[in-house]
Design a protein around this ligand. Structure first.
Ligand code: 13P
Length: 251
């Protein structure tokens, strides 16, 4: 038993248009009953102002999918932590595997973004996860601890205070191939233990959510595991009925 509040976060990735964002948020506001789980949406940058407007006065949180590793200045095309704050974003996803593996973010970039977000009071959702070949080679734990250490070395040992970690095995993202509840639990408890090596209290309070093909029909088994504190949902978060069903499970 823990008193960690479950978190269900929608990562809409590069999807949506003004009309579909409005429809999803309208459906969410209408369908979401206060149920003890924290619910959060992370739209594309360009939809953040609209989402902020449509979520005003609701308990649904708003987050971004990444941010610049620098403060405001001459960085053409980037979006800073200060800008996200200005639009009411409380959270930011950092180190998503699509950014690491498709867009070339290194552990060092991820660590600098983490520090930038924390310096501006944003709550970080740090994504970690191994690729299929790494799991098959038996080095999942090594990959996870390297990804964690890269952040700790730059942001300090107490950096996970108030943060969220998302365990997202790369082979489960968008593939329909979910980690089993036991595989998720093993990775989550390993991550918690690694954090506990630096600070027991931070580790005990740390929310570790699972991401990778979470659907309405597998969420209950995943969320029932002792160290799984909710989910980071991709594809299923774009369908209001599926996402609401997952939110209900998290209560
Ligand atoms: P899917 O739920 O589409 O597998 O995506 C998971 C994810 O990447 C969330 O960040």
């Amino acid at each position: 038993m823990t008193d960690r509040q479950p978190l269900v976060a929608a990562n809409w990735k590069m999807n949506g248009a003004r009309a579909s964002v409005a429809a999803l948020l309208g459906g969410l506001r209408q369908g979401l009953l206060e149920n003890g789980a924290e619910v959060l949406v992370c739209p594309a940058f360009i939809h953040i102002p609209l989402a902020a407007e449509l979520l005003a006065g609701s308990s649904i949180g708003l987050g971004a999918q990444t941010l610049a590793e620098y403060g405001n200045g001459a960085y053409t095309g980037e979006i800073s932590a200060a800008m996200l704050n200005d639009y009411g974003c409380r959270y930011v996803i950092i180190g998503h595997s699509e950014r690491r593996h498709i867009l070339g973010e290194t552990d060092a970039t991820v660590a600098r973004k983490f520090r930038q977000a924390q310096e501006h009071g944003l709550q970080v959702i740090l994504c970690l996860g191994e690729r299929l070949e790494e799991r098959e080679a038996g080095i999942t734990e090594q990959v996870l601890s390297e990804q964690l250490d890269a952040v700790i070395n730059v942001a300090g040992t107490d950096c996970f205070h108030g943060a969220v970690i998302a365990y997202e095995p790369v082979w489960a993202i968008g593939t329909g191939r979910t980690a089993t509840p036991e595989q998720a639990q093993a990775a989550h408890s390993f991550i918690r233990l690694q954090v506990a090596r630096h600070d027991d209290c931070v580790a005990a309070a740390l929310r570790i959510v699972y991401g990778g093909s979470v659907k309405a029909d597998n969420a209950a088994a995943l969320f029932a595991m002792a160290d799984v504190d909710g989910g980071l949902i991709g594809g299923a978060s774009l369908n209001i009925d599926d996402f609401l069903a997952i939110c209900r499970v998290a209560r």
